[in-house]
Design a protein around this ligand. Structure first.
Ligand code: HEM
Ligand SMILES: *[C@@H]1O[C@H](CO)[C@@H](O)[C@H](O)[C@H]1NC(C)=O
Ligand SMILES: *[C@@H]1O[C@H](CO)[C@@H](O)[C@H](O)[C@H]1NC(C)=O
Ligand SMILES: *[C@@H]1O[C@H](CO)[C@@H](O)[C@H](O)[C@H]1NC(C)=O
Length: 331
């Protein structure tokens, strides 16, 4: 067979380029609900705004929820499914989510408001993505605003092995972090930039006591910060136990989404081994100091990385459904 002619190849590439420019987020798109439910994004934003105003922790919760949803079965709201006799151990009961994940009631409240406006139109997966975007906006006092493509459909499978297999634990070293993000198509820089979400919210003591406040394990944690954490945390804290309090992730600006996290990393005043690990290669350490020191640098990268994370393995068409109730699949 003859090789395709140069004009033909050029033409094909040109068509591809035009298609890519017209649909940069394919299979998602900006303003997917423009005709189907014009109020959708405004309704989500209003409910999230009220909730975050009352409890900033709920904003942190939905930002984390997007991560935990997208890394397991793709961004398909599988994290929201409640146990049933046919699926007794869904993702939400898995150790990375239970009992630390919060915000499920907020998602229910958003879904009711959206259903009241447009029944059966807006997916729970899109609601998580919009809510995380809006929480970013409110927690940054309007500084970190971006468009979130939509058109995701909801999945119908959820099992507790998913979070264990795909969500890196806080004890992770740098190579484990890099590979768990690479598996989901995210780069080293995406990983460093998204870790900056630890500028808001909280952690249970049990997530860092065993490897960070333990005399028999080496840790580079700042001595004064470790002393403070020991004053807050029982050394026998266990997940789900009765004696497992929480501390703020970012003790400087706990409820503001900003680049303070990277300053904390540089000062060795962060909670997790996985946070401290960002300084263990010259490449990632440079990213940390750029994010800490160049005004606006991290914020712009965070917007793009959130959109990228929110597009992992999304379901469209017959691959998914629009759940009526975010906690259960439709029958
Ligand atoms: C890089 C790997 C990551 C690890 C190992 C990790 C680990 C953790 C852990 C252990 C907690 C505390 C859970 C608890 O004990 O209550 C936490 C909280 C949190 N994480 Fe991450 N995380 C990572 C990446 C991310 C990403 C990519 C995001 C979002 C973009 C994120 C957002 C959050 C938020 C906002 C909280 C606070 C949640 C709340 O206050 O309810 N994390 N993370
Ligand atoms: C669900 O997770 C359990 C482990 O928690 C595993 O044994 C089982 O094979 C998983 N089921 C499916 C269908 O993946
Ligand atoms: C990172 O941790 C894993 C275990 O989770 C271990 O197998 C690996 O050797 C560690 N890598 C480095 C560079 O320390
Ligand atoms: C301290 O680390 C050792 C070795 O990893 C571990 O066996 C022990 O349980 C840890 N202690 C606490 C209080 O977490």
């Amino acid at each position: 067979m003859a090789a395709p002619s140069l004009p033909l190849v050029t033409c094909a590439l040109l068509l591809l380029a035009v298609a890519c420019r017209a649909h940069p987020y394919w299979p998602l798109e900006l303003a997917y609900y423009r005709d189907k439910c014009p109020q959708a994004e405004a309704v989500v934003k209003s409910v999230v705004g009220q909730a975050v105003h009352q409890n900033p922790g709920l904003g942190a919760a939905v930002i984390r929820m997007l991560f935990h949803d997208c890394f397991v079965e793709g961004c398909d709201a599988s994290i929201l499914l409640d146990p049933t006799p046919f699926s007794p151990t869904p993702e939400k009961l898995s150790a990375p989510n239970n009992p630390s994940m919060r915000g499920f009631d907020l998602i229910d409240a958003i879904k009711s408001a959206v259903e009241a406006a447009c029944p059966g139109v807006v997916s729970c997966a899109d609601i998580i993505a919009f809510a995380a975007r809006d929480a970013t906006y409110f927690l940054s006092n309007g500084k970190v605003y971006f468009d979130m493509p939509s058109g995701r459909r909801d999945g119908s499978f959820s099992n507790d092995s998913g979070p264990i297999n795909f969500l890196p634990p806080p004890t992770s070293n740098l190579s484990d972090l890099i590979s768990s993000f690479a598996v989901k198509g995210l780069s080293v820089e995406d990983m460093v930039v998204l870790s900056g979400a630890h500028t808001v919210g909280r952690s249970h003591c049990s997530s860092f006591v065993p490897d960070r406040l333990n005399a028999s394990v080496f840790s580079d944690i700042d001595g004064g910060f470790a002393w403070f954490l020991k004053s807050q945390c029982p050394l026998d804290a266990t997940p789900g136990g009765s004696n497992d309090p929480t501390v703020m992730q970012d003790f400087v600006t706990p409820n503001t989404l900003d680049n303070q996290y990277y300053k904390n990393v540089l000062a060795h005043k962060v909670l997790f081994t996985s946070d401290a690990a960002l300084l263990t290669s010259p490449e990632t350490a440079k990213m940390v100091s750029d994010n800490a020191n160049i005004p606006g640098w991290w914020e712009d990268k965070f917007k793009a990385a959130m959109v990228k994370m929110a597009s992992i393995q999304v379901k469209t068409g017959y691959q998914g459904q629009i759940r009526k109730n975010c906690r259960a699949i439709n029958y």
